[in-house]
Ligand binder design. Structure first.
Ligand SMILES: [Zn+2]
Length: 85
């Protein structure tokens, strides 16, 4: 990820960062354009989950499976483990 200078859109260099909490950080950047050389504080924040952690997906799948009628559970199990039937 490249952070551009908000004044001249040139490349910046991250000088340090500060974690505000688990979902928000401030990144301090210096513009590499010698005619600008602005220093800026950029906020980076968590915007949402696109795919939850695998552990959450596995737990959700087990819960969904456990709540299916027994006939549907058997049909699914038969699909994935036909040798048992
Ligand atoms: Zn700049």
């Amino acid at each position: 990820m490249r952070i551009k200078c908000p004044y001249c859109q040139s490349k910046t260099i991250v000088t340090h960062h500060e974690e505000v909490d688990k979902r928000v950080s401030y990144v301090y950047v210096t513009c590499t354009n010698h005619d600008c050389h602005a220093r800026s504080k950029i906020r980076i924040s968590y915007a949402g989950t696109l795919t939850p952690p695998v552990s959450d997906l596995t737990a959700a799948m087990h819960e969904w499976f456990a709540n299916l009628p027994e006939a549907e559970q058997k049909a699914i199990a038969k699909t994935y483990q036909p040798a048992l039937f």
